[in-house]
Design a protein around this ligand. Sequence first.
Ligand code: GCV
Length: 633
Amino acid sequence: MDYSLLWLDWKKRGGLPPWTGRVEGTPETPQGKAALRELREGLAALGAAPGTGCLRLREEPGNGEGWTLTREGEDVVLAGPGRGLLYASFSLLEKLALGREVRPEASAPRYPLRMLDHWDNADGSIERGYGGNSFFFRGNRPVCDGRTRDYARLLASVGLNACCLNNVNVFGEALELITGKYDKVLREIGDTLGEYGVSLWLCVNFAAPLDQGGLPTADPLDPAVRAWWRETCDRLFAAVPGLRGFLVKADSEGRPGPQTYGRTQAEGANMLAEAVRPHGGTILWRCFVYNCTQDWRDGKTDRARAQYDTFAPLDGAFGENVLLQVKNGPVDFQVREPVSPLLLRLERTRSIVEFQLAQEYTGQQWHVCYLAPLMKEVLDFTGPTGAVKDRLEAVCAVSNTGDDCNWCGHDLAAANLYAFGRLCWDPDLGSEALAREWVKLTCGPDPAVEETVTDILLRSREVYEQYTSPLGLGWLCWPPTHYGPSPDGFEYDRWGTYHKATCREIGVERGPSGTGYSDQYGPELGALYGSMDTCPEELLLFFHRVPYGHRMKDGRTLLQRIYDDHFAGFAAAEEMAAAWDRLEGRVPEDAFRRVRERFKEQVRSAREWRDIINSWLYRLTLIPDEQGREIYL
Ligand code: GCV
């Protein structure tokens, strides 16, 4: 095996309870059987020895995911349907591995759909992938092998239950995934994932009736198009029993969609929903719809507004088996954005929030950036319509995995995968607790390692934010790769992501006197965000065009705050790298070396960010740093 098992690499430890020596039960479902196997193998690896009592698995009928743990005399009983037993087993193994007391409890997931989206292409590359190539596609075809199974185990171990195999941008051989050509291997993948309770999803091309079906149109209201999708789904769902539905990127960044035919997003989504409905299928319809050919001279169009403006008026028009998939922020996975107002607005439409574990704009898995705090911020965000986490039906994230030996490129990026799964099961868990758990499960019980790595993880997002793009401004990165600084890179381009910096002020005004974006939050939040005086400072430059001399709450000018953040962020990156160096000999040698290499790059890049952003603003303003630190002309 040329890859690690991440947190599932159970390590021998003493002091296991006596009932762990024997596991009994005769589960009948594939998931129940997987639970039994995981427990037997996991307990043996943890060093369980024969003792008094035993661990019993009691499989109950049904397809639910909840489970209970009770004591019966000297025995411990895990009860639930097969899928529940699977989650119970991993939870128990984790507790034992962490040395925690095992107490009676009941657990059930908060969301029925907890999903990872792969942006894997059929040719084996991964769009915005930073952990190697695809392990789902090799040689321009899907593959099912031992890694598929280990991946399913990893997902199940943190409670994830769905995975979308291919990139939302569907091209090349991926167009054939629904045509019958790959039914056999898709079935194998579906079954392998299904053994671990993970359902299979595919991204489809909205224009497939035209591109693959040979029809003259893909108009969602055309009877022949509707019939084509129905027949395609009838065949596909019968051939691939693990399939649960489609994820669709339509009318987005050049992808075809209903707009071409003058139809609404609801008409497009509902047409597909009707085709998958007889098979119990669901359509995940992405809301990432905006004008990506904006003229930078056009000061009226505000990309941040686009998704709400398109979808809010359609609330209630979507079929029951449609979920609108909404990115966590209104623009695109920047290190800091406000919560998407669409997530607060939809009332009669089911929704799924989309996070991005793939660190496209957050350091590309060369920089540490622990994303649990960002995800918590979104899930816990409470507006007049309640907390986001209570309004959602489902949660998904763009996966950060690939075929690298450590799955994620950066060893510490696996913490994001772990925390994401756990938060989907229980959004009330805390970022710090999850970080600590992940460190201990991955690196063992050394307290120095736990403290150091937890501290690095918890600081990492803020540090990244400090040395890159300040106060919600975003988009100062190099356009071709989205990595490294290039403050004017996006400025005169078509993406609708502008800072409009002059010698006096910076940012786009999105309050009532500007694009009016803040009004999408309703009266209370709209007023909060809409005024520079009340807008939370960390989002000041997302919402407002601000003079450099604007006084921040602590009395510093905006410009000085930006300078300070960049100096502090770089210093913190150096500190984190030094802290990691002190762990030499305490973490496995290969992981130590890999992470040290990544830190070298992070420090190099952080210095570049600091100097380029500070110089850019100094050259614009000619206002020096109050502390006289070096800024380059
Ligand atoms: C998969 C951003 C990324 C694209 C991505 C797109 C999306 O624009 O840069 O690579 O496409 O988001 O989420 O669809």
